[in-house]
Design a protein around this ligand. Structure first.
Ligand SMILES: Cc1cc2nc3c(=O)[nH]c(=O)nc-3n(C[C@H](O)[C@H](O)[C@H](O)COP(=O)(O)OP(=O)(O)OC[C@H]3O[C@@H](n4cnc5c(N)ncnc54)[C@H](O)[C@@H]3O)c2cc1C
Length: 333
């Protein structure tokens, strides 16, 4: 459903909607997929997951960082969260976007911010620091920064987006790093990335298998796709891949029952927990991936207390949300 995907990706890129959403706070169902906007709420969520034997990777939500001050503030918030996790003896690590640290206007600043985070992480039980992947435009920056840091730090890794033709080469380049394998969440051009679900799924499975056989570090298999998870579990069994060489990952609030089921089967499991005010882009990307996630939004919109708080964000998104639902139905016919 490329039109629906384009539409939500377009909304996720709107600075005005993002700024307004930040002021209003999580709504439209985002609360179900974002662990609140205070460190206390994040700690509570993490404790709950840790008690079930599930580890976390925390994303301090933040995009559209355009000034040095904003980049430093984002870095400081990440350090604050790391300290709180360490202090509460929680089992988890951090997922960070380079753009949060200033890479879109000053790559050196982003590098220095990330290095400071990694130095601190060494004091906090060598906490792992993952660099999330964003739009293809930023991939070169990520690999440049990673290449500078990977000699100095063992606890840094990144994400491989299976829709990219380049994904194969990246797996070959970084066997020693901890890598998360995903399908890819952004809209990329045909000369850069596979476009159809079939092609992306096929490449995703092939790349995970290749990585599991060649990796010298942990592989995080990050998907909600139960068919792919079943297939990979079989591959793991057939090839006797050791338990500490991989884990499954899902996003907070999605397929929680399946996550617990996999954990209870004895697999290592990690939940990606986003938190903070900057929820709008993240939420729109989730709608772009799976328009059925609109259910989350509609459930919240029917509550009377929500209606009072709904301003520009809700009215804009609702109108297009309804339109998209009709569109989804129409395209299915
Ligand atoms: C932990 C984690 C970290 C990520 N980090 C990044 C990153 O750094 N960069 C990036 O580009 N992308 C990232 N992503 C997003 C990723 O690229 C995909 O866009 C996203 O995971 C959707 O793809 P999917 O593999 O879950 O399966 P999809 O292709 O969305 O779904 C496949 C099938 O799974 C089932 N399914 C999926 N979701 C649900 C649901 N909610 N309820 C019921 N059934 C469902 C359905 O049968 C569906 O047809 C991350 C994803 C995860 C889980």
């Amino acid at each position: 459903m490329p039109i629906v995907k384009d539409f939500f990706i377009g909304l996720s890129n709107s600075t005005i909607l993002n700024e307004t959403a930040k002021e209003i706070g999580p709504l439209l169902g985002a609360k179900k997929v974002v662990a609140g906007n205070t460190i206390e709420s994040l700690i509570e969520t993490t404790e709950r997951l840790n008690n079930k034997g599930i580890t976390v990777t925390v994303d301090c939500l933040g995009e559209f960082v355009l000034t040095t001050g904003e980049a430093i503030k984002a870095k400081d918030q990440i350090l604050e969260v790391m300290y709180a996790m360490y202090n509460h003896n929680l089992d988890g690590h951090m997922s960070i976007k380079l753009s949060q640290l200033g890479s879109e206007f000053d790559l050196e600043l982003a590098y220095q911010n990330l290095r400071e985070i990694l130095l601190k992480a060494n004091e906090f039980n060598n906490m792992h620091i993952n660099i999330d992947t964003e739009k293809y435009d930023s991939l070169f920056d990520i690999t440049q920064v990673l290449d500078r840091l990977k000699g100095e730090f063992k606890n840094v890794g990144t994400v491989i987006q299976a829709y990219l033709y380049k994904a194969d080469a990246l797996i070959e380049k970084y066997p020693e790093l901890r890598l998360r394998m995903v399908k890819g969440a952004y809209k990329e051009a045909e000369n850069i990335a596979y476009q159809t679900k079939e092609e992306i799924d096929e490449n995703y499975i092939r790349l995970i298998e290749k990585r599991l056989l060649t990796a010298k570090n942990v592989t995080s298999i990050a998907t909600h796709d139960d068919k792919i998870i079943t297939q990979i579990k079989q591959f793991i069994k057939d090839n006797n891949i050791e338990k500490d060489r991989y884990e499954f990952q899902m996003l907070y609030g999605f397929r929680s029952e399946l996550a617990e089921e996999i954990k209870n089967e004895g697999y290592n499991f990690c939940i990606y927990v986003p938190f903070g005010d900057d929820w709008f882009s993240y939420f729109m990307r989730r709608l772009a991936e799976r328009p059925q996630n609109l259910n989350l939004m509609f459930k919240e919109l029917t509550k009377p207390q929500s209606l009072k708080r709904i301003g520009i964000v809700a009215s804009g998104v609702t109108t297009v949300g309804v339109a998209s639902t009709y569109l989804v139905k129409a395209l299915r016919k």
